[in-house]
Write a protein that binds this ligand. Structure first.
Ligand SMILES: Cc1cc2nc3c(=O)[nH]c(=O)nc-3n(C[C@H](O)[C@H](O)[C@H](O)COP(=O)(O)O)c2cc1C
Length: 180
């Protein structure tokens, strides 16, 4: 299947960026074709009515139109969606055709905090539902991610590590069922 991964913060040492690359590797190892959008690929101009989409916005739009599923790996800022990711989502929702209706989405987050970015994912769920995207009920969250990700972005805490294959496989089953 063709899958897009989008997320991380804009900083080079992003914990969410590390987790995203680990998840991309896991999906590739399962035989899927993945495209990852991070950092500069997500540094879009602020959305403004009438503005022409940048080449980065066009590339993301084209990838999502071809994709059968999307994995979002999002930092949590003030219990919500970081501005650069919300801006990207808003751009995409104004581009025709909108890639969002019926798109299966897996939500993931990593945070140094004890909740692993789970509160930010609630904000994502509201936004995705508004656009008609289909977020998997389960999610991957990595608490204490500053201490509990290995150098390749794999979670090291046993329970979190066990969640990753379970949730990824659940997501892939959803994608397969929706896109048959
Ligand atoms: C403006 C701002 C707000 C934040 N708010 C939260 C928050 O609500 N919950 C949380 O767990 N972490 C919060 N953090 C801490 C981030 O989770 C932490 O900086 C994390 O490393 C960001 O993700 P990254 O490593 O991918 O850049 C916030 C950080 C910033 C800069």
């Amino acid at each position: 299947m063709r899958l897009v991964l989008m997320g991380g913060s804009l900083r080079a040492a992003s914990l969410n960026g590390k987790l995203l690359h680990h998840l991309a590797g896991e999906l590739e190892a399962r035989g899927h074709q993945v495209s990852a959008f991070t950092r500069e690929a997500l540094r879009l101009p602020w959305y403004e009515e009438g503005a022409v989409p940048s080449s980065e916005a066009l590339a993301l739009h084209a990838a999502l139109r071809e994709a059968q599923g999307l994995v979002i790996v999002s930092p949590e800022y003030n219990a919500g969606i970081p501005g650069h990711l919300k801006n990207a989502v808003d751009w995409l929702s104004t581009m025709k055709p909108s890639p969002w209706p019926g798109l299966p989405v897996l939500l993931c987050a990593a945070s140094p905090g004890a909740f692993g970015g789970a509160r930010g994912l609630m904000a994502w769920r509201a936004t995705l539902a508004n656009m008609g995207a289909l977020a998997l009920p389960e999610a991957i969250t990595v608490p204490h991610a500053d201490q509990q990700l290995d150098p390749n972005g794999a979670p090291t805490e046993a329970r979190t590590a066990a969640t990753v294959p379970k949730v990824l496989d659940g997501f892939l089953s959803l994608v397969a069922r929706l896109r048959l």
